[in-house]
Unconditional design. Structure first.
Length: 530
């Protein structure tokens, strides 16, 4: 079997090592050959192949045809000419202070302009050198020794990363944005010297001058023609990873069809176009899953690090009131991240990959958003539980494990701590049972429970029913009522009966809240039928 790379996003290295490369060069050929425009931007979540795509474009415009042998673009009329390339990677620039960022940015520009073949002038500011480099490198000698403006290729990977890294401090984020805007503005009057511009990011910060200056830059983020340029379709997964998939199915002891269905539930749910319902797999999730080939699926995307943009934002905002499973009627304006001091929670979750498009209504122009897949659901719910309790992610995960292991005293102690730290908002004079249930739902989902809130049965409506291969939990929540009434309702309405046949342990759990303090004041668990 051909190896799967998890340690590089360098296209030449990937090809030279004989690793699997899912061919996306047909999209690149279309972009690079477009006679209508040559300036492109695309946003995708973290670890979705943006850096690999930038590296592939770099090899393409370097004329390295040997690396593309057998790929789609090798069968086209592409001329394989070599262009001067300015390649910036902004993800690792320091943002501990504005001064530190300025120094790091200056060093990065100097190194990358020198690499492109430009003679850097240290007596001039970095942005001036960038503008001058575009003008200088665009002009080359032809075969007769005449100056010809063939243009320069500019590749900017993670253009927005420095702003995202410091969102917990809006003033610093705005200062960093201003410094970047000065650099990007150098392209405004030099578009005639640019053969091709490709810029990636997680978010579209519309007030960065790259968008106002380059008013003809094309945003492909929701373009249906590029909806599957990043991520893997079902067909691409089968065509490139079939041997790995079958081996993993055998290790897991699952029939192949069942294995593929479960893998899709775990990792395939990202939709990037409003008019194309095709969903794709997260590439890094596929890579780690098929390299490790464990006996069960697990969350791999989160192990590579959570997006600092979202984590920093969570320090500023309470996002616990959002129903992440199904957000209906979302307007296009809610995706806007122009105002750093007034960011929208939905935009932050969408841009960082925790929400994706589920449906689009062309009549109203509104979106339905939801969590992409099981992997993202578990990570988001662990994250939200930790945020609610003002604890780290390990604490949230350990609380869920106490529930799974039926360690009720420890679980209830943690649950009381969780609710004691929650903020419900100053406008809520009386918190409804559903508000308490939302946080509980996050905790349950983080541990793989399939839960239903307001579970409708023939005799009534259970507050929360949570199912796991290990057990079934039936929660009844009361406000200003004793916990005994919760158990009386569960037993009287026979909420447990639909789950008796499969043999799993069934636990009845009563939770009682005080409407004045909003704390969990009483709780208990009883086994059913033992």
């Amino acid at each position: 079997m051909r190896p799967i790379a998890t340690d590089t996003h360098d296209f030449p290295k990937l090809r030279q090592r004989g690793c699997i490369y899912v061919d996306k060069t047909m999209f690149m050929h279309r972009m690079a050959s477009d006679v209508g425009t040559n300036l492109f931007f695309i946003s995708r979540p973290r670890r979705f192949g943006k850096s690999l795509t930038v590296s592939t474009f770099k090899a393409l415009f370097s004329g390295r045809r040997e690396l593309f042998e057998g790929l789609a673009i090798d069968k086209t009329d592409w001329k394989w000419e070599k262009y001067p390339i300015i390649h910036f990677e902004f993800n690792d620039l320091t943002t501990t202070s504005v001064e530190g960022f300025e120094n790091d940015l200056a060093d990065h520009l100097q190194d990358r302009l020198f690499e492109a073949g430009y003679c850097y002038d240290p007596s001039k500011p970095p942005h001036w050198n960038f503008g001058k480099a575009i003008e200088t490198l665009a002009v080359q000698k032809d075969e007769k020794g005449n100056d010809v403006n063939r243009g320069v290729v500019i590749l900017i990977d993670e253009y927005d990363a420095p702003v995202g890294h410091c969102l917990e401090d809006a003033a610093k984020a705005e200062a960093v944005r201003e410094r970047l805007s000065v650099v990007y503005s150098q392209m405004k009057n030099r578009t005639g010297d640019i053969r091709f511009l490709f810029m990636t990011g997680v978010s579209k910060f519309t007030k960065l001058s790259v968008f106002s200056a380059l008013n003809n830059i094309v945003d492909l983020s929701q373009d249906k023609h590029y909806a599957t340029m990043f991520g893997y379709t079902e067909e691409e997964l089968s065509a490139n990873f079939e041997e790995h998939l079958r081996e993993h199915a055998a290790i897991m002891g699952k029939p192949y069809a069942d294995y593929r269905a479960e893998m899709k539930r775990w990792y395939n749910g990202f939709r990037f176009a409003k008019s194309d319902p095709t969903t794709v797999y997260n590439p890094i999730s596929v890579a780690y899953t098929l390299v490790n080939k464990e006996t069960a699926f697990s969350a791999t995307w989160a192990t590579t690090g959570r997006p600092s943009m979202l984590m920093n934002y969570l320090k500023r905002e309470d996002m616990l009131r959002i129903d992440v499973e199904r957000l209906r009627g979302v307007a296009e304006a809610e995706f806007d991240v122009a105002e750093l001091r007034n960011l929208r929670p939905v935009a932050m979750l969408y841009q960082s990959g925790y929400l994706t498009i589920k449906d689009y209504n062309p009549t109203t122009g509104s979106y339905t958003l939801g969590v992409p897949d099981e992997e993202v659901r578990r990570d988001l719910c662990t994250l939200m539980t930790g945020v609610a309790a003002d604890k780290d992610m390990q604490w949230a995960a350990s609380l869920g494990q106490k529930l799974l292991n039926e360690l009720w005293d420890d679980f209830f102690e943690g649950l009381q701590s969780l609710y004691a730290r929650m903020a419900y908002g100053s406008t809520e004079r009386r918190v409804h049972e559903n508000s308490y249930g939302r946080c509980l739902a996050f905790l349950l989902a983080s541990q793989g429970f399939r839960f239903t809130m307001e579970n409708v049965q023939s005799n009534g409506r259970a507050d929360v029913v949570a199912e796991h291969p290990a057990l079934v939990c039936i929660f009844e929540l009361k406000v200003d009522e004793p916990v005994d009434r919760a158990f009386a309702q569960i037993r009287g309405k026979k909420y447990a009966e639909p789950y008796l046949a499969d043999g799993r342990p069934i636990w009845l759990i009563g939770l009682s809240f005080d409407s004045q303090t909003r704390h969990l004041v009483d709780c208990a668990a009883e086994p059913f039928g033992r």
